[in-house]
Write a protein that binds this ligand. Structure first.
Ligand code: GMT
Length: 378
């Protein structure tokens, strides 16, 4: 029986939860003695570990005048076949349906012509189902990739339900929640560091995302502007993306730029989260909301919408508050209520921390490991 595996991991390398989960998972497996091969078009942004158990294989995308659109999926497929053969992979774990799961299924079929059976586990993260999945031009590919994978997982119960509702799924789907490594959190607040962002008597509100439309950045600024009138506070905006300029312009127009700092893409978000009091996530949809969990692990209360899997992470009235998408008035009054009641805020902060512990890495890693070993023993 195998006791250590050679695991291929395919993920998006960019600033986003699926890449974070895939990277942290790979690092954790390497620490358990498995050999992990990351395959992507760029170094995953949280992968800065030097270890003899972790390898990174870059997918190169040559440009030919004939191709108006570079065929990334085919380059990825070829790379997967090459890595699987030469690194003797036991299993391939792909994060995100398009194009990763579909390239993996293609690679699996090619490998079968070499007499190699490579089990594929696909993890669905959200937008591949909730946004791309509703686009009819992708639906047959996503459906085929899900049905042809050897195991499929979703990061929330809600995402599992939505997948089963929207696609003709002919296989079982396992729910494996996202996780955080609690060891990285639970740090004492460094007063000197905090004073660079806010005065002692000011609260720190944060938001972290890739500033895409789905994150409703406008709502974050509106909520802050509403409460900034009556509370001493600063807003730290972490991340970058299409709506950043709009957000900066909105702050200038509302004359709150002095209280809002845009910090860009930060790698070690646990440092900045350790300074925060409340995290605001007014997303249109969120399959899980990993950043909310990261905030909770940092003892930060959460004001979020109730969309997708968020109620599985942020417990209404216990770790923070939930509101309907777009209800900035309720989100502003919930935030104001928290800032006006230090005792309530502290209770919610410690509830958030306690609830985050149930998503600690040692609780979740065995769920994936069990699936891996089951597939490899078949
Ligand atoms: O939310 C994003 O824009 C990034 C996206 C991704 O693919 O990385 O995040 C999705 O996966 C995360 C990890 O599983 C989840 O925590 C996010 O909720 C999910 N985003 C959406 O559903 C919008």
């Amino acid at each position: 029986m195998l006791d250590s595996l050679k695991i291929g991991i395919v993920c998006y390398p960019t600033y986003g939860g699926s890449g974070v989960v895939a990277t942290e998972l790979g690092i954790a497996f390497a620490e358990k003695g498995h050999e992990v091969h990351f395959i992507s078009y760029d170094q995953p942004f949280r992968l800065d570990l030097f270890s003899d158990k972790v390898y990174y294989h870059e997918v190169n995308i040559p440009s030919y005048p004939l191709f108006e659109y570079p065929p990334y999926e085919l380059n990825l497929t070829s790379k997967l076949v090459d890595v699987a053969i030469h690194e003797k992979l036991d299993i391939l774990h792909v994060h995100y349906a398009i194009p990763h799961a579909s390239a993996a299924i293609n690679a699996k079929q090619i490998l079968s012509t070499y007499g190699i059976n490579l089990p594929i586990i696909t993890t669905l993260h959200g937008t591949d189902i909730t946004l791309l999945g509703t686009d009819k031009s992708f639906k047959p590919v996503i459906e085929y990739a899900i049905n042809s994978s050897d195991a499929v997982t979703t990061v929330s119960e809600n995402l599992k339900e939505i997948t089963l509702e929207n696609f003709n799924i002919k296989r079982s789907i396992d729910y494996v929640p996202n996780f955080i490594d609690m060891k990285l959190y639970n740090k004492e607040i460094d007063g000197n560091f905090r004073s660079r962002y806010a005065c002692d008597d000011e609260f720190i509100i944060t938001h972290i995302s890739n500033f895409r439309k789905v994150k409703r950045i406008r709502d974050v600024i509106t909520i802050f502007s509403n409460i900034n009138k009556s509370h001493n506070c600063k807003l730290l905006m972490i991340g970058d993306g299409p709506d950043r300029l709009m957000a900066e312009q909105m702050c200038r127009k509302l004359e709150i730029s002095g209280s809002v700092k845009f910090l860009g893409k930060l790698k070690l978000i646990e440092n900045i989260l350790s300074l925060a009091d409340v995290f605001v996530l007014p997303s249109e949809t969120e399959s899980f909301g990993l950043v909310a969990l990261e905030a909770m692990a940092s003892k930060v209360a959460v004001i979020s919408t109730d969309s997708g899997g968020l109620p599985e992470v942020n417990i209404d009235g216990h770790t923070g508050y939930l509101s309907k998408v777009g209800d900035v008035d309720k989100m502003s009054s919930d935030l104001s209520n928290l800032l006006s009641n230090p005792e309530l805020l502290n209770t919610m902060k410690s509830n958030a921390f306690e609830h985050a512990k149930s998503f600690d890495l040692p609780n979740i890693l065995p769920m994936y490991e069990d699936i891996y070993f089951k597939l490899c023993q078949k």
